[in-house]
Write a protein that binds this ligand. Structure first.
Ligand SMILES: [Zn+2]
Length: 301
């Protein structure tokens, strides 16, 4: 353990790999922050947080970015810091901005890790992702970009990097149907995947009530650092989770009230969640999508 700490203490605090900058946030843990852009024509594939964790035996990567090119830059950053093997590539959930860099690690033969529903969710979305990749990042798909997990997590599992281990927890449908959180037990760092957004408007592709429950679960962990799926790393995960819960509860209550008053979805899109406008980046575009997803489900409550 002491030897690992001594080795990690000598690592660089900043690593540059082409367009990406990685910061060492804790000994042996590096994070790159993606930009707050919407997934859209030419968004470039670099919008989520990308991380890697170094143990005595090898490295785990957490999320790989939105294109093989971004994945390759992440791999280059790992290689600039350590020669140790890349043992695990962890995907926190199915969304393309988090998984389409997986192919860059294929030659390392890592164990790909994800939620027990990730493989089927990837299979369902694969065709769409590959079709859209050219529009999203400007280079056509080769077809090998979607790599499903070979190690799956139904509730919880621990993986060992040598001198440090990562606890993985799968969640019932929340932000998506494939959310998984990661905890480095050594530094007490928590990766929430997209169960937590900081700065950027939380975007839902799952179940709003399930997501609020997941936030309550995550808030029980008393860690040191929290790495959200999008936005800055924080030492105050409790406040960040509280902000997100406030947004989601506001949205839920506003939509429920609108349905009760007989207002249409089109009307509700203009009003629901508006008290949160100005508190989040990309609010107009994401909030309207959220209402469009939640309203039809709540109509049948
Ligand atoms: Zn995301």
């Amino acid at each position: 353990m002491r030897k690992l700490l001594l080795t990690l203490a000598l690592l660089p605090s900043l690593v540059f790999a082409q367009d990406l900058t990685f910061k060492q946030i804790s000994p042996g843990i590096y994070v790159h922050h993606g930009e707050h852009k919407d997934i859209d024509v030419g968004y470039g594939g670099d919008i989520c947080n990308l991380s890697f964790v170094i143990g005595k035996k090898g490295v785990a990567v957490i999320d790989t970015g939105g294109s093989p090119k971004v994945g390759a830059q992440l791999r280059e950053a790992v290689r600039k810091v350590t020669k140790l093997p890349i043992l695990y590539v962890i995907n926190t959930h199915v969304h393309p901005d988090h998984v389409l860099g997986n192919a860059a690690f294929e030659a390392d033969s890592p164990t790909f890790v994800g939620h027990s529903d990730l493989a089927s969710s990837m299979a369902q979305r694969k065709e769409n992702y590959l079709k859209n990749l050219a529009t999203w990042v400007g280079t056509p798909a080769l077809g090998n970009e979607v790599i499903p997990p070979s190690l799956t997590v139904a509730s919880s599992k621990t993986i060992d990097l040598g001198g440090r281990s990562l606890d993985l927890t799968a969640y019932p449908t929340a932000h998506s149907s494939t959310d998984m959180a990661v905890i480095d037990t050594k530094s007490k760092t928590l990766w929430t995947g997209d169960l937590l957004f900081i700065e950027r408007t939380p975007s839902i592709d799952g179940d709003v009530i399930g997501w609020i429950n997941a936030i309550n679960q995550l808030d029980k962990f008393k860690g040191t650092l929290t790495v959200p799926g999008h936005g800055s790393v924080t030492t105050d995960g409790h406040t960040a989770l509280g902000n997100e819960q406030r947004y989601l509860s506001t949205l839920l209550n506003d939509i429920r009230a609108a349905i009760k008053e007989g207002r249409s979805m089109e009307e509700t899109i203009k009003t629901a969640g508006q008290s949160e406008n100005g508190k989040w980046v990309l609010f107009d575009i994401v909030n309207r999508r959220n209402v469009a997803l939640i309203y039809p489900k709540l109509e049948w409550e």
